[in-house]
Design a protein around this ligand. Structure first.
Ligand code: SAM
Length: 441
């Protein structure tokens, strides 16, 4: 969903789903407690489970509302959204343009849902909106919605782009080229205007925001994360004009329904309110990187339409990257000394039958970027998964080798092993009534 999300599990989705299938039947409830890019949640949905997803990053909730909860393409009130561009008079007929775009998508991978006439019809309306966002000008917005916060803050030429780092270096932010920042400002302010006029239901609203986030990812002048931009040059991808592409929906439709998406909650708290589940899947952060900082721009885009006062919000952006500190969450799981205790608390509060923990032998709390993998983290997790909360003798470990492309301080691709560590919870009485509190360890 976000292709460059650190730690996303796209590469090991098949072994992960095969593993979970041993402990959950289709229709069972499975929890993706650190859902991030949503890759795993959607894999679970596709495998027929009822899914609960939560992550501290707002964009993950927006992706959940866009792709996890719905089981049909969105309904777009096109004539209400863009009245003067759907008429045939002086402006282009967006729907006819969209029909041509959709006709070209028929038969492409991920687009078999277009074979259903009513879904194709709906998709054409949605693509007409994307075409509007791609081609609209400031004249399409009422004067009070003509804002330029993304250009001002994240573009070298912007009035609010200057930064001074904690070490005293100064410069100007250059996440986006002007052309793309201007297009983002137009599109996001259009979504904000529609939202404030109450013209979008949750599905369409989230799908539009998720689309903007995904498009921005492909043209950002970064090495994949937004905690910094490329200071002395431009990634060749960032020089291309942004495209709001119609995305395939096959993998996001259907399923048993009943899914749930948490919104920016600390999973350690959120889990207490989640009903009984066959599998609790845990893919926590294993190093110092705070994801709300690393992906803040995705969250800003998703928050923008609901900001009561965008001027006040952007007046208080800080750090080299330009993030409002109110959006910066410090996860205790990014601290090695808190990690095992907090994971134990989380598991103890859950009403889960089986816990599946992802762990990888790359750089983490217990090993550094320039050392060979150590077994320390694995041993800590082993101790946790064989402790009081678990049935003895049930721990299993599946090892999946893969290449890690994340680079840091000059260390490039290296071989890592993704581990899936699985253990059965002790029987805690009638399902859901008695989540166990962790014992001392
Ligand atoms: C390794 S990533 C998960 C990747 C995900 N499985 C995927 O495939 O994209 C860890 C995630 O944990 C989230 N996170 C960190 N601390 C959290 C907390 N206390 N509560 C909820 N989410 C948290 C981060 O935002 C990040 O998305």
């Amino acid at each position: 969903m976000l292709a460059r999300y650190l730690g996303n599990k796209t590469a090991i989705l098949t072994p992960l789903m095969d593993t979970i299938a041993k402990y959950a039947d289709p229709g069972d409830h499975v929890v993706d407690a650190f859902s991030g890019s949503l890759a795993v949640s959607l894999g679970l949905k596709n495998s027929g489970y009822r899914v609960t997803a939560n992550d501290i990053n707002l964009f993950s909730a927006i992706f959940g509302d866009a792709y996890l909860i719905p089981d049909e393409p969105p309904i777009t009130p096109l004539a209400d959204l863009i009245p003067d561009r759907t008429a045939t008079s002086t402006r282009p007929d967006l729907r006819r343009e969209a029909e041509a775009i959709v006709a070209n998508l028929v038969g492409a991978p991920g687009f078999t849902f277009l074979n259903k006439p009513v879904w194709r019809d709906r998709y054409v309306d949605y693509v007409a909106v994307l075409t509007h966002l791609q081609t609209m000008t400031a004249d399409d917005l009422a004067p009070e919605h003509r804002r330029s916060h993304f250009f001002d803050t994240y573009c070298e030429e912007g009035a609010n782009a200057a930064f001074v780092s904690s070490r005293g270096t100064s410069g100007r932010r250059r996440f986006l080229i002007p052309l793309n920042a201007e297009r983002l400002d137009l599109a996001i302010n259009q979504v904000r205007a529609w939202f404030r006029d109450d013209l979008l239901d949750t599905h369409l609203y989230s799908l539009l925001l998720a689309g903007l986030v995904r498009s921005i990812e492909t043209v950002s002048n970064t090495q994949g994360t937004f905690h910094d931009f490329i200071r002395t040059g431009w990634d060749s991808r960032s020089l291309r004009p942004i495209q709001f592409k119609p995305l395939p929906l096959d993998d996001t439709l259907g399923g048993p329904g009943g899914h749930r998406v948490g919104r920016e909650q600390d999973t350690i708290e959120f889990i207490s309110d989640v009903d009984h589940h066959a599998v609790l899947y845990l893919d926590p952060p294993y190093n110092f990187r705070q994801y709300t900082a690393y992906y803040f721009l995705a969250n800003v885009i998703c928050r923008y339409p609901t900001m009561p006062d965008p001027d006040a919000y952007f007046a208080d952006v800080r750090y080299v990257r330009g993030q409002n500190p109110a959006d910066d969450f410090t996860s205790t799981l990014c601290k090695p000394r808190r990690f095992i205790d907090d994971m134990t608390t989380l598991i103890g509060r859950s009403r889960s039958d089986t816990v599946v923990v992802s762990y990888y032998t790359g750089p983490n709390h217990w090993g550094s970027f320039d050392t060979d993998p150590t077994n320390v983290g694995r041993q800590h997790l082993t101790d946790m998964l064989t402790g009081d909360l678990f049935e003895s003798g049930t721990l299993e470990v599946v090892e999946v080798p893969r290449r890690n492309y994340a680079s840091y301080g000059g260390f490039k691709a290296r071989d890592v092993t993704e581990l899936l560590m699985i253990a059965r919870r002790r029987d805690t009485g009638p399902h859901g009534s008695h989540p166990t509190e962790p014992g001392p360890h």
